[in-house]
Design a protein around this ligand. Structure first.
Ligand code: AMP
Length: 219
């Protein structure tokens, strides 16, 4: 038998939200990922395995073929430069928006606008589309802090409820991209293990539709 189908999933919330979808595709961890410290999780039946990786590393594992499939937020894919991935499915999970936000008392500066963000590629494309020249400042966390202490005039960051912005005197002004979790597939594996991967993609798609239908009925 060939090596088990390998799926890279970002640790934490996305993995927890994704487990029912993987289960529907016959991929069920043999131990609780919330408790296990193992980075390679075996699944019941041993026909597949789940790699627990850092969110921003998921596309790298899949692109290099260390994983055949991956589950990751669109925000991460928008930052990823490679071209070795297919993105066949929106999992309709972990929704949020990548947004421009600024202080409620914002005054446009006379110099070039400074923008702090973790999402350099998305921010660069956004301001280029608008024809606006900006200075991008790369940060790795707590981006909302930057305008409060004069490091930046505005930010590009993920917004879910908007509570973090509000708590820091910021307001959203523009949507850069709608974000949700996506299934990605290594392009070469899609050819060499086509029927196996197609079956997994189809079963996950069916589970997503089932969940959407149930949510529609409950609404
Ligand atoms: P909120 O206060 O609910 O708007 O959440 C904003 C904070 O949560 C920001 O620091 C975001 O970076 C983070 N966040 C929100 N949604 C997501 C998501 N789907 N994936 C990763 N981080 C998120």
């Amino acid at each position: 038998m060939s090596n088990p189908l390998t799926i890279a999933v970002s640790k934490g919330r996305v993995l927890q939200d994704t487990l029912p979808l993987l289960k529907a595709a016959g991929i069920e961890p043999a131990e609780d990922p919330g408790r296990s410290r193992r980075l390679i999780l075996p699944v019941i039946g041993d026909h597949a395995r789940i790699l627990q990786v850092r969110t921003s590393d998921v596309p790298t594992y899949v692109e290099h073929g260390a994983a055949h499939l991956g589950i990751v937020g669109k925000d991460v894919l928008l930052e990823h430069e490679g071209s070795g991935l297919y993105e066949p499915l929106d999992l309709d999970l972990a929704h949020c928006r990548l947004m421009v936000a600024r202080p409620r008392d914002y005054q446009p500066p006379r110099r070039r606008l400074r923008v702090a963000t973790k999402f350099m590629a998305s921010a660069r494309r956004h301001y280029a589309r608008k024809g606006q020249q900006v200075e991008l400042i790369k940060l790795y966390g707590s981006v909302e802090l930057a305008p409060l202490v004069g490091l930046a005039d505005e930010i590009v960051d993920l917004v879910d409820t908007g509570n973090t912005l509000r708590a820091n005197g910021l307001e959203p002004v523009e949507t850069v991209a709608d974000i949700s979790a996506r299934l990605v597939v290594n392009k070469a594996a899609m050819k060499t293990r086509h029927s196996e991967i197609r079956a997994v993609v189809d079963r996950i798609a069916e589970a997503v539709r089932g969940r959407q239908a149930a949510a529609g009925e409950g609404a």
